[in-house]
Design a protein around this ligand. Structure first.
Ligand code: ADP
Length: 289
């Protein structure tokens, strides 16, 4: 539906990132035009998370990948800013600790996956093990090339257990990345984040693009699809991602479980006759906070 179909990588398809426009705005003139829609999705997401918890059959795993400056942090801040923190967790994936490095590459990812009713957002993920690891030759090709299969099996296993998996590649252009780095250079609040390696990594741009193309083609499946999100415009990125998440959760047709007690009995016993009479208002809806 809408952006879901438009930006999804179909299973077994070839991916050429230069055929995707990172500046796409989906027909909107500017951020003002999309603002209401984004706010609407963000509010819906809060309600859907509450329903995810009440329904208790599913969990949601969001994977965010992209080059430095692509907007992984900004996406988390904007898309999930209305969601109840009790039901949502962010897991960042940094250079593996000695303990993590001593285990198989999926160990730290598996430990962080969401339980029933929860949303977990991976800020970077197990995909680093076929991306940075490949670009910088951190393990031999014969090791990383087997990982696609292992990732597919891992994600299938999660999916069969009730986890909805949505994976977003935040697609920015080479020029936009430099522009974002320059803005950071001029922003006293963010200068501390700058490291020279952000700039030196740019010489691997094409290697990263190839690594992403292969990873997306190898691991976009019906049960764990990849989406290539145009991300030069932050507001359009937020709109597309929030819309895809909301639509995927709606497709689950979740339900609030039936009460486990006899409501009339409870009303009679603990609220008295008077309360029982005004149990529903004229519209038939009980008060909600
Ligand atoms: P951010 O995600 O905000 O860029 P950092 O600046 O701390 O956070 O970057 C995390 C770094 O960890 C990235 O350079 C990423 O490539 C690296 N990393 C993550 N997972 C692995 C891994 N499995 N092997 C090697 N490096 C990794």
């Amino acid at each position: 539906m809408g952006y879901t179909k438009k930006f999804r990588i179909e299973p077994d398809s070839k991916v050429k990132l230069d055929t995707f426009d990172p500046s796409e705005k989906g027909g909107y003139a500017d951020s003002n035009a999309a603002e209401n829609e984004i706010a609407h999705h963000v509010a819906n997401l809060d309600e859907l998370q509450a329903l995810l918890y009440a329904d208790g059959r599913y969990s949601l795993l969001i994977v965010l990948q992209g080059l430095d400056g692509a907007g992984k942090d900004g996406t988390i801040r904007h898309v999930f800013n209305g969601v109840n923190p009790q039901g949502t967790k962010v897991q960042a994936f940094k250079v593996p600790t000695p303990e993590e490095a001593a285990h198989d590459f999926l160990w730290r990812a598996h430990k962080a996956t969401p339980g029933k009713g929860e949303i977990v957002i991976f800020n970077r993920s197990h995909y680093e093990d076929v991306l940075v690891v490949r670009v910088h030759d951190l393990v031999p090709k014969k090791v990383w090339s087997k990982r696609y299969k292992e990732i597919r099996a891992f994600e299938r296993n999660l999916s069969e257990g009730g986890t909805v998996i949505l994976k977003f590649f935040l697609n920015i252009s080479y020029e936009e990345q430099l522009d974002r780095f320059r803005k950071r250079l001029d922003d006293p609040q963010r200068q501390w984040k700058i490291s020279e390696s952000d700039y030196t990594e740019r010489k691997y741009w094409n290697d990263y693009q190839s690594a992403y193309e292969e990873a997306l083609a190898e691991t976009s499946t019906d049960y764990a699809p990849w989406f290539v999100i145009p991300s030069n415009h932050k507001w359009f990125r937020n709109l597309a991602i929030s819309s895809i998440i909301v639509n995927s959760l709606r497709d689950l047709h979740m339900k609030v479980p039936a009460p486990r007690v006899d409501l009339d009995d409870i009303r009679r016993k603990y609220h008295g006759a008077e309360e029982t009479e005004k149990k529903v208002d004229a519209s038939g809806k009980a008060d909600a906070d």
